[in-house]
Design a protein around this ligand. Structure first.
Ligand code: SF4
Length: 264
């Protein structure tokens, strides 16, 4: 199968989309680059909670709590209002967000960030988006929780993976958040960066153990926090250890600029 082919992708299938927007990539290896964002609704994890909350009053018990609960927490959010789009409609929305579409004097936005929720639940749509993006000179990176193996057709498109393995601090039982087959498959693509959201120094031994268990080659620490103060505090707590252990450290630029404002 070649890049650019749309065979085996049901272009008419509709999937729930939480939002699309234009901003900077706020984390990781492409931090600061302008990007078009595609955020799907739905997730197979419940970070902050051991299971799906039964009602809106259920408090999170984890130190690391999902910052996009509006994509999956049906106890607090009405997901029935999520728009359901085909991959063609998704692509049209993304291109319309690029300022270069209406002003040819501007450079094209050459990065598309696919997120969620858990976007790997929507691989067919991502495959179609990636096949359209790459001939257009746009790179695609997927923010995934690394619990679902990538399909061969998705790997063939050349996408990159920002794989955020969840730690015990998420309160999600290990059997749900650590899926060895998915981790091994992602690592073997050669295009996966491993990202860990850090809530404090206690998380670091768990990162180290997971790196050793699965041979993770490129590790990034990302500070937990939905306010600039918390982000900077968590970076300061882990910076020296990251240097000592050979790990990269990203900030969360969107939080530093806009705090937890949605669509940024
Ligand atoms: S995997 Fe990501 S989107 Fe899903 S609950 Fe955890 S932090 Fe939220």
């Amino acid at each position: 199968m070649t890049i650019g082919s749309s065979s085996a992708v049901n272009a008419d299938k509709r999937v729930p989309v939480a939002e699309t927007f234009y901003s900077f990539q706020g984390e990781g290896v492409n931090l600061g680059r302008r990007a078009l964002f595609l955020r799907f609704s739905g997730c197979n994890l419940t970070c902050g909670y051991p299971s799906l909350p039964r009602d809106a009053a259920t408090d999170a018990t984890g130190a690391m709590v999902c910052d996009t609960e509006y994509t999956w927490n049906t106890a607090r959010h009405d997901l029935s209002t999520a728009r359901r789009l085909t991959s063609g409609e998704v692509w049209a929305e993304l291109i319309a967000l690029d300022p270069a579409t209406n002003d040819s004097s501007l450079p094209v936005v050459d990065l598309i960030v696919v997120s969620g929720g858990e976007p790997m639940m929507r691989q067919k749509v991502i495959i179609d988006v990636a096949r359209r993006a790459h001939p257009d000179g746009r790179q695609v990176e997927i923010e995934t929780n690394a619990t679902i193996p990538p399909r061969p057709e998705l790997i063939e498109t050349g996408v990159f993976f920002n794989a955020g393995l969840k730690l015990a601090s998420s309160a999600v039982p290990r059997a749900r958040r650590i899926k060895p087959a998915a981790i091994v498959a992602l690592q073997s693509t050669g295009r996966t960066r491993w990202k860990f959201v850090i809530t404090g120094p206690d998380d670091l031994e768990e990162v180290s153990a997971l790196q050793a268990e699965f041979g993770l080659t490129e590790v990034w620490l990302s500070p937990e926090g939905t306010t600039p103060g918390l982000v900077v505090d968590h970076m300061r707590i882990v910076a020296e250890e990251a240097l000592r252990r050979g790990w990269h450290l990203t900030t969360r630029q969107h939080v530093l600029i806009w705090s937890d404002e949605r669509g940024r």
